[in-house]
Design a protein around this ligand. Structure first.
Ligand code: GAR
Length: 185
């Protein structure tokens, strides 16, 4: 059975979508801060680890790397906000994916995460946004794009309303990509 490891930093709605779709395949959840996603993992009976980014500023990636088994089939960054180092990225070529809440390459890169991404889409006057699943490479949000879903931006959308619309699409897109990559469901 394929083994997934999911990295999280936030409320974990994407993690929940993964758990619901692949209830027996999430081997572990790793967080870089205390967050509700850890509660979701615990409720689902999935081993969950906290590697605090503030306590382990200099070796966060190495510590996360040590928690990931060699036989892991896919590592999913599901709202994970720390940057992984090259050693970890190179250990799992084409096996680490990230979900980003915009149509990359728009509104990506260092410092672009969460509500800031949606505010940038609104401020730019874009009439559409969406989400992207891509392979993780050494360039932030720069790895090969696997799939995108588009969301229309309405004239009265705020960053918050856009975030909610995009999030609903994220859950479906992420599950669809994982199914395809693992050849399951
Ligand atoms: C999601 O919108 C995800 O795309 C975003 O954080 C949110 C996490 O939500 N990730 C980034 O902005 C990464 N650059 P969740 O914890 O409810 O899944």
């Amino acid at each position: 059975m394929p083994k997934l490891v999911v990295l999280v930093s936030g409320s974990g709605t994407n993690l929940q979508a993964i758990i619901d779709a692949f209830p027996t395949q999430v081997a572990s959840v790793i967080a870089d801060r205390d967050c509700y996603a850890l509660t979701r993992a615990n409720s689902a009976g999935i081993p969950a680890y906290l590697v605090d980014r503030k306590l382990h500023r200099h070796d966060l990636s190495q510590r996360i790397n040590a928690l990931i088994p060699d036989d892991c089939d896919l590592i999913v960054l599901a709202g994970f906000l720390s940057i992984l180092d090259n050693q970890l990225i190179q250990r799992f070529p084409q096996k680490i994916i990230n979900i980003h809440p915009s149509l990359l390459p728009r509104h990506g890169g260092a410092g672009m995460w969460g509500i800031k991404v949606h505010q940038a889409a609104i401020n730019s006057g874009d009439n559409e946004s969406g989400c992207t699943v891509h392979y993780v490479s050494e360039e932030i949000d720069g790895g090969a794009i696997i799939a995108q879903a588009k969301v229309a931006i309405a004239a009265d959308d705020t960053a918050e309303s856009l975030q909610q619309k995009v999030l609903a699409h994220e859950h479906k897109l992420l599950v669809a990509v994982i199914s395809k990559l693992l050849g399951v469901n």
